[in-house]
Design a binder for this molecule. Sequence first.
Ligand SMILES: [Zn+2]
Length: 90
Amino acid sequence: MEKFNRSNLQSPATYFKEQGLKLTGGGKWKTALCPFHDDHNPSLRVRLDTGGFKCMACGVRGGDVLAFHMQRYDLGFIAAAKQLGAWRVT
Ligand SMILES: [Zn+2]
């Protein structure tokens, strides 16, 4: 049986760090250079509790690190879940 196991996803803080994002700012939303467009003035806002993200410049957005991974690497849900270790074949 194959299934998605959300609890195996990395924490948003770990994931975004591994993706090379330098997060700054206090509060719920952190700010970073957006990897989805040629960003020179940090436009990407991310939440470390949910992994939600939103770019104020190019408009990319999603609700968790899986959505981020799918969009950044142009992957489908299952392929992204596998890369992130959250797809288990039992
Ligand atoms: Zn952007």
